[in-house]
Write a protein that binds this ligand. Structure first.
Ligand SMILES: NC(=O)c1ccc[n+]([C@@H]2O[C@H](COP(=O)([O-])OP(=O)(O)OC[C@H]3O[C@@H](n4cnc5c(N)ncnc54)[C@H](OP(=O)(O)O)[C@@H]3O)[C@@H](O)[C@H]2O)c1
Length: 331
């Protein structure tokens, strides 16, 4: 590791945060085969100890479980954390459109005014705080005009309940509508070596308007952690169990990619996951890389990637390796 922890500004908000962010979807347990609260709290605290300030959660991650665990982990350390959470996946109303069920309850995509006002209070309580640094619309709701949602978010900002506004899982049209409606600071979108599409679609728009981009599933749900061998199995409701992304063919392709990246990792005295995260942060327009971690070891490893800088030559070698090995990968 060869530099200070990388921090970057979140849009025009005046808030800066660590470029490596801790994602806490898996910590909510749902779709990840359950969670261990003590390990999760230890993971969050280890991230903060290693210089990670950005922590991302959402009400939908275990229907409040992830937010509650984050709240417990940051008690007494709120000032060290830039907290991002979300709105718009709701189970207190059946307005908007049905999206999926969790715990036998229908979850709807809905971004109406009264619903967001309700949601923000729930999140503040679960997180044990009186402000959210970055409040993000989780999935988009075609039944509510974006201008109306933005007006609600701006009102929350004036009240001091949120400090910056983000949107997630947007189309280019929706992104333009947000930018036209008010001060959008960030988008949060899937981006990784196996899913680079937004580099061509959303990122040019964000960059042109000073909107930060937070990549999610930066390790491709762990496929790019350098630790998913042919024998790794997933149990319970772990989404990776039936996900074609984790097919044996894909694991072989990623293993070949990792073999080509290994000399770069060795030269930097870094792990493969750290090289992948550092690569992500050096892609044009990718401001923050959110990485999930379930225990302190993963948390520390990922956090330390924020102190790694790859050379132009490293990036070129990785790009060529990706072009060689990731073609035809089912992502
Ligand atoms: N806005 C959205 O719609 C949206 C969608 C998805 C994610 N996100 C956000 O983005 C965050 C990151 O994405 P993600 O959690 O989906 O996927 P990810 O970061 O690509 O992968 C996380 C998983 O990879 C494994 N892993 C991580 N670091 C590791 C390490 N150093 N060594 C070995 N294994 C490691 C862990 O799984 P195992 O220990 O089980 O192997 C971990 O749970 C989420 O937590 C969430 O905050 C947002």
């Amino acid at each position: 590791m060869n530099a200070a922890t990388l921090t970057r500004p979140i849009g025009q908000s005046g808030i800066s945060a660590s470029a490596v962010g801790l994602g806490t979807w898996a910590i909510g347990g749902w779709m990840w085969g359950g969670t261990d609260e003590a390990q999760s709290i230890a993971a969050i605290q280890a991230s903060i100890d290693e210089g990670v300030s950005l922590i991302d959660t959402a009400p939908a991650y275990g229907m409040g479980v992830s937010e509650e665990i984050v709240g417990k982990a940051i008690r007494g350390r709120r000032d060290k954390v830039v907290l991002a959470t979300k709105c718009g996946l709701v189970w207190h109303t059946q307005a908007g459109g049905y999206f999926f069920s969790q715990n036998d309850l229908p979850v709807h995509r809905y971004l109406g005014h009264a619903s967001i006002v309700h949601e923000v209070e729930q999140s503040l309580t679960r997180l044990g705080t009186d402000y959210i640094d970055l409040y993000i619309t989780h999935w988009q709701d075609p039944t509510t005009p974006i201008a109306e949602t933005m007006a609600t978010l701006e009102a929350l900002k004036k009240q001091g309940k949120i400090r910056a506004i983000g949107a997630s899982n947007v189309s280019p049209e929706e992104l333009r509508a947000y930018i036209g409606a008010g001060p959008l600071d960030a988008i949060q979108e899937e981006f990784s070596m196996v899913k680079p599409d937004i580099g061509e679609t959303l990122v040019p728009i964000s960059q042109a308007h000073g909107v930060s981009t937070l990549s999610y599933s930066s390790l491709a749900l762990g496929l790019l952690s350098g630790k998913i061998g042919p024998d790794r199995q997933f149990s319970g409701d772990d989404q990776r169990r039936d996900n074609p992304r984790f097919s044996q063919a894909n694991r072989s392709k990623v293993a070949a990619l990792m073999a080509d990246i290994a000399p770069i990792a060795e030269a930097h005295q870094a792990s493969l996951a750290q090289i992948v995260i550092a690569w992500t942060l050096q892609q044009p327009g990718i401001t923050f890389a959110l990485c999930g971690a379930r225990d302190p070891a993963q948390a520390k490893e990922n956090a330390a990637a924020g102190r790694l800088r790859l050379s132009g030559e490293d990036i070129g070698i990785i790009r060529a390796a990706g072009a060689r090995h990731l073609v035809g990968l089912d992502a």
